[in-house]
Design a protein around this ligand. Structure first.
Ligand code: SF4
Length: 454
């Protein structure tokens, strides 16, 4: 990071802090005055695009403005911790340190670390990748603490629990949030273990945000997760909303639920329930229980591409579709480029969906893991395709992952039923061939549209 960028980061931190204090006093009255404050402090040629986009959003009082107002309905202490940890620590201060470390060590350094406190779960959902690891593995509190402590030294302040069901380990999860109060912790969860006591703990530590899994409306959700789960999830959301706690939704889209989860009704339902964000994950046919028939067709994936972009402009919720939004982050984010995954046994994997690794966190440091052969293969290979609608070395470029796994000698981390990388990628090959012409068409058109705008 050059000296100008550092100066920009420092100036921006000061402005953000001032703006947040100002907004805290009277958000509705002060949001429109916010850009005047920014213009006073930040030179006019800095962050021009972002400033204009924000200015327009405020002027139109549209969905983004409404979303900001919803954020100001949250518990003030939780909101303050989120701004401090997520915006200032993870995204500004952290990114600067990550970039410096990455240059110095010549390897990827992640913005976020995904980690499984446990492989145990209180439910048994169809197609869940977590089922692959067996159900008796745990990272100890000391392991979790050591990962976060090492991560902060590299500039990583964002930690995301996966599993298993992370809230099976509620006490350790909360203890970790408490110990590392300068980090933001998010957890994918089935939501069924969120109760009054846990909400009180969230209010106490302030830096924990759940992302609750939901697959559509009651029938589709309970079809995959079990009868009565939808109502339990709705109850958890009500508890969180009543306590003014932030939360989001995590939705896996498949050939079976694309229409439901891209509908206005679905978005309205989760916004009404209190969700501030919704993250969409494309179904990945990984492991022995994989069901390739659940892979969306090109038409269905195109529908998701168009609908999420449309709804992003109209609904007061922050939505992301990881497989179709790679253009915003320059392609595949795994292998430590933006994130990595540590499973409950300690294997350090490039991605939650890529179960091959050379190293275990019990035997090496986090930095060593980032320099391990498969991580360096990711580092050298990214982006895997210039077309950002074909970002993945497994799903859309199935010839790449087998090459990387074989060249690096990475081993399967699925101990229940190890999957040969050729078997995995032979499963995704027909999907990739089928998707390529559509991906090329959409990408070419969107690039042409972008050039016109510029
Ligand atoms: S490896 Fe594939 S699924 Fe994982 S982050 Fe990269 S593109 Fe996404």
């Amino acid at each position: 990071m050059g000296i100008t960028d550092k100066a920009k980061q420092a100036a921006l931190s000061v402005v953000i802090n001032q703006a947040l204090n100002y907004l805290e006093k009277d958000p509705e009255a002060n949001i429109p005055k916010l850009m005047a404050l920014v213009d006073k402090v930040v030179p006019e040629n800095w962050y021009v695009g972002q400033r204009n986009a924000f200015r327009n959003a405020i002027a139109e009082k549209g969905n983004w403005y409404q979303l900001i107002l919803r954020v100001y309905e949250l518990d003030p202490g939780v909101r303050k911790a989120f701004f401090q940890n997520f915006i200032l620590n993870a995204s500004l201060k952290g990114s600067a340190t990550q970039e410096e470390t990455s240059k110095r060590e010549d390897c990827n350094v992640p913005w976020a670390i995904l980690l499984d406190p446990t492989s145990a779960c209180n439910m048994h959902c169809t197609g869940c990748w977590a089922a692959e690891y067996g159900n008796r593995l745990n990272l100890s509190f000391e392991d979790l603490d050591s990962i976060v402590t090492q991560g902060k030294k590299l500039g990583t302040y964002m930690y995301i629990f996966t599993g298993g069901e992370p809230l099976v380990r509620k006490k350790d999860v909360i203890a970790l949030c408490e110990k590392h109060s300068d980090c933001e912790f998010l957890s994918f969860t089935n939501g069924t273990l969120i109760d009054e006591e846990f909400c009180q703990e969230m209010l106490r530590v302030k830096n924990f945000v759940p992302a609750i899994s939901l697959e559509g409306f009651e029938e589709a959700n309970d079809g995959r997760r079990g009868e009565g789960v939808y109502n339990k999830v709705m109850h958890a959301m009500k508890l969180l909303k009543d306590h003014k706690l932030p939360f989001g939704i995590s939705t896996c889209y498949t050939s079976k639920n694309v229409d439901d989860v891209s509908s206005d009704e679905y978005f309205d339902k989760i916004i009404d329930a209190g969700a501030l964000f919704v993250w969409f994950f494309h179904y990945m046919p990984v492991g022995s229980g994989a069901a390739p028939e659940l892979l969306p067709t090109p038409e269905q994936r195109t529908k998701m591409y168009n609908r999420i972009r449309e709804l992003r402009g109209t609904k007061a919720i922050f939505s992301l579709d990881f497989q179709n939004d790679a253009e915003y982050v320059g392609g595949c984010i795994a292998g430590g480029r933006r994130y990595l995954h540590i499973n409950a046994r300690g294997d350090v994997e490039p991605c939650v969906f890529i179960h091959y690794s050379n190293v275990n966190i019990h035997d090496c440091s986090l930095l060593d893991a980032l320099k391990s052969p498969i991580f360096m293969a990711y580092h050298r290979g990214q982006p895997f395709n210039d077309n950002m609608l074909r970002p993945c070395p497994m799903l859309e470029n199935p010839e790449i992952l087998p090459k990387m796994v074989k060249e690096t000698g990475a081993k399967s981390t699925d101990y229940e039923s190890p999957e040969d990388v050729d078997t995995l990628c032979n499963r995704t090959k027909p999907y990739a061939e089928n998707w390529t012409p559509t991906a090329e068409k959409i990408w070419t058109e969107s690039q042409a549209g972008q050039e016109k705008k510029d």
